[in-house]
Design a protein around this ligand. Structure first.
Ligand code: ATP
Length: 304
């Protein structure tokens, strides 16, 4: 009888593994409630990627009828530049990221990459060009090597090792007795928030995309880890078009342009210095965050 059950057990295992994979993907892209509304246009060509400029042209969008979230949004991210999107909670920052990855299509207006409307090219070719470093990276219940190699089909061990080095996680992996073969995730080694973030960066580096979408971690990393990760991200975004969705303004002060989104509209835009001088919403957010930081530092000192 056990002979008979073994294959069934095996099937159960495969099923659980696949299911886990799907859940992980869903969590990774915050896709839980998205269905496949978006389809490739018949005969759609692949995106022909050049230097990877991104543009939103008068984009209107909402998740539900009668509730528009983005009200005619236009901005450009020149090839190779770094644009940050900031703004109060619910302003529509993550929505912009979801539209760029084409989880949804705009109600009207266009999103262009190198001048091509992303709704007119294949989704696979679009998504191959965009690397996402999500807020809370989800790891598969598999080896750390698999988790990094997952960035691209056919990645070699050299690719994985180089990506781990560039994401500054290689020394950590090399110290593990099983190295890249170490099992991680729920059933294996638990990684810290910072280590998980680095694995996600390495996964993105294996993919080597010309466009990076960085969704800043809201989960608290200690400030030293945060600084280290930021330095790594800066290094890997050089020479790539990058869009950061940021909550803490200190992390994006050196962006080429900062877009301040408020309730689905661009309230302000400019460099950090120009926005501070303007003394508007950005300056107000900056001062509030600086004051909060000061209070936290004082509280930490008092606790010592
Ligand atoms: P936060 O800083 O809190 O992450 P955000 O600026 O990224 O916020 P979005 O996640 O883009 O904001 O959400 C913009 C608006 O769209 C919010 O009012 C939100 O409630 C709504 N929204 C987001 N996702 C969905 C969804 N799947 N279905 C319906 N409404 C949604």
């Amino acid at each position: 009888l056990t002979q008979l059950f073994r294959p069934l057990d095996m099937l159960g295992f495969v099923y659980r593994t696949i299911r886990q994979g799907l859940i992980d993907m869903a969590a990774m892209f915050k896709l839980i409630d998205t269905d496949a509304e978006v389809k490739d246009a018949p005969g759609a060509p692949a995106l022909a990627i050049g230097r990877a400029s991104v543009a939103f042209e008068n984009v209107h969008f909402g998740y539900e009828q009668d509730r528009e979230i983005l009200h005619g949004l236009s901005f450009e991210v020149p090839a190779g530049s770094h644009v940050a999107i900031v703004g109060p909670s619910g302003a529509g920052k993550s929505t912009i990221a979801r539209l760029l990855f084409r989880f949804y299509d705009p109600w009207s207006g266009r999103i262009l990459i190198d001048g091509q409307d992303i709704s007119q090219v294949t989704q696979a070719s679009l998504r191959a060009q965009i690397g996402i470093v999500p807020q809370d990276s989800v790891l598969f219940n598999d080896t750390i090597g698999y988790n990094i190699a997952y960035g691209r089909d056919g990645a070699s061990i050299e690719d994985v090792s180089r990506a781990a080095r560039d994401a500054a996680i290689l020394p950590f992996i090399e110290k593990l007795p099983l190295g890249f073969e170490t099992e991680v995730g729920e059933r294996g080694l638990k990684l810290s928030g910072g280590e998980k973030q680095r694995v996600a960066i390495a996964r993105t580096l294996v993919k080597d995309p010309p466009i990076l979408l960085l969704d800043e971690a809201t989960s608290a990393l200690d400030s030293r880890t945060e600084q280290d990760i930021l330095a790594t991200l800066h290094r890997v975004s050089e020479d790539r078009t990058s869009i950061s969705i940021a909550h803490r303004l200190s992390t994006i002060a050196d962006a080429d342009e900062i877009l301040v989104l408020d309730a689905g509209r661009l309230a302000e835009r400019g460099s950090h210095a120009a926005l501070l001088q303007r003394d508007g919403l950005y300056a107000e957010m900056w001062q509030r965050q600086q004051a909060e930081r000061h209070d936290q530092e004082q509280a930490a000192e008092a606790a010592e």
